[in-house]
Design a protein around this ligand. Sequence first.
Ligand SMILES: Cc1cc2nc3c(=O)[nH]c(=O)nc-3n(C[C@H](O)[C@H](O)[C@H](O)COP(=O)(O)OP(=O)(O)OC[C@H]3O[C@@H](n4cnc5c(N)ncnc54)[C@H](O)[C@@H]3O)c2cc1C
Length: 477
Amino acid sequence: MKRTIIWFRKDFRLHDHPALWEAAKEGIVIPVYIWSDEEKLSYSKSEASFWWLYHSLASLDKGLQTHGLKLFIKDGDEFDALLEVMEEADAGAVYFNERYEPDERKKDSRIAAQLESIGKEVQTFHGHLLFTPDLLNKQGEPYKVFTSYWKRCMQEVVAQPFPVPEKMQGIDRELQTLPIDHIRTLAERPWNEKFHQYWEPGEQVAIGKWEQFSDDGIFYYGTERDLISSGSSSELSPYLAAGNISVKAIWYSAKRVYEETTEMTARQSINSFLKQLIWRDFAYHQLIHYPDIIRLPLRKQFAEFPWKGSNEQLTKWKVGQTGYPLVDAGMRELWETGVMHNRVRMVTASFLVKHLLIPWGKGYSWFEKTLLDFDTANNAMGWQWVTGCGIDCAPYFRIFNPFLQSEKFDPDGTYIRKWVPELSRLPVPYIHRPWEAPAKVLEDADIQIGVTYPPPIVDHAAARKRALLAYQEVKGK
Ligand SMILES: Cc1cc2nc3c(=O)[nH]c(=O)nc-3n(C[C@H](O)[C@H](O)[C@H](O)COP(=O)(O)OP(=O)(O)OC[C@H]3O[C@@H](n4cnc5c(N)ncnc54)[C@H](O)[C@@H]3O)c2cc1C
C-alpha cells in the first residue's frame, strides 16, 4: 500500500486539508512536523505565534490520535528530516499544502526538486487561501486595486472544501519522534502564559467559534465590526493564520447562511464579512507578486521618507504610555491578549508612522513579535496600507485623529476603561482627552496628569502638520 508523508506547516487541521485528503485516499498516511532552523528563526521573531504553534501541534496530534494516527516530530534540516522519515517508514511520497511567503516558497521548490531528483514523489496542493494567489488581470499583470481583484474573484469558483477523511490508515510501526514538549519548553515565555486566559488554539475550538459567529455575530458584522467593544468580529484570525480552520470551509458555510437569510441588512453584513476574507487573499496576492512588501514600501518614493521618531517614543508606544488613551488601550490589549481590534490596529499603526514619524518596519516587527495571529502577508499589507506606501491604500495625507476615532468607535469609553484602568473613573468626553478635563474632574477621578497618566507624547495638531511637511518631501518623487 502506498505510504505518504504529510508535511504539516501552517495547516494544523484535519478538515479541508487537500494533501491529507489525497494521501488518505491512496493509502497509509504519515503526518510529520519539522522543527527546522528556518522555523526556529521565524518563530524567534514571532514569539506569540510560537505559543500558538505549540498548542496547535498538541491539538493536531490529539485529533490524529482519535483516528488512530500520530504526529511525528523531527528537529533538523527539512530535506534530511523528510528523507529520514521516508527511509524509516519505507515511504515513497511527500505531500504538502503550499506556503506563499517568499523564502518558504523558494525552500519548498528546492526541497521538492531534491526529493524528485532521487526518485521520490512530491505533490503540492492549495489549502491556505480561497483562490490561488497568482491571478492576473487582462493585461497579464497583478491587480493593484482591491475592488478589481474582488470583482475578478467573484468570477472564480472557490474549490469545495474536503471533509475530514473518513478513513485514515497510519503506519503500523514505531518511528523515531521527539515529544511535542521538545517545542513547548522553547515556546514558553514569561509573558505568554496569560494567553490561556483568552485563547484555546486548535481545530475543534476554531470550528466551535465559527459556528457561534455564523449563528449570530455575522448578521451584525457590517454595521458593528468597527465598534471596538461590540465583540462583533469573528476573532478567527489566529486560527486562520495557523490553519486551524479552513478559509474555504468558512466561505461555503457563510454562503449557506447567506442563502438562508432574507433580511437585506443581514445579507449585506454577510457579504461584508466575505469581503474581508478576500482582503486576506489580496494580501497574499501582493506577497506573491511583490515579495519585498515585507521590507520595502511598494511606492518607491517612501524609501526616502524623512523618518524622525526616537527609540524612547517607540518604547512608549509599545508599552501603551503615549498619553493618547485609545492608542494606549490598543497597545496594552495587544500585550495582554495577543490581538488587537482591527480599527485599533489602524489607529495605533497610523499614530506610530504619522504622529511619531517612526518607520513602519518597526511597527511591523513589534506586531510580528506580539500578535497571536501574526501573518506575514496581512501584517505587511496592513502596515503599508496605513502608512500609505502600499497599493490601494489609505493616502498618507489622511491622518487618523485618535480622539475622534475614539469618540466615534468607543463612544462611552468602555474599551479605554478596560485597558487603561487608571482612566476608568473619567466621564465622557474626558475619557478620550484626559488632559482637557477640569482640575476637579481629574481630582474626582483620582488622576494626576504626568503622574498617574502621561500627557500626550506629541501635540496632535503639531504632529499632523509635521507629518504633512515630511510627506511633501517625497510626494513628487
Ligand atoms: C497594521 C495592521 C496589521 C495587521 N496585521 C495582521 C496580521 O498579522 N494577521 C492578521 O490576520 N491580520 C492582520 N491585520 C488585519 C486585521 O486587523 C485582522 O485580520 C483582524 O483584526 C482579525 O480579527 P477577526 O478575526 O475578528 O476578523 P474579522 O473581521 O472577523 O474577519 C475575518 C477574517 O478576515 C481576515 N481579515 C479581516 N480583516 C482583514 C484585513 N484588513 N486584512 C487582511 N485580512 C483581514 C482575517 O483573516 C480575519 O480573521 C492587520 C491590520 C493592520 C491595520
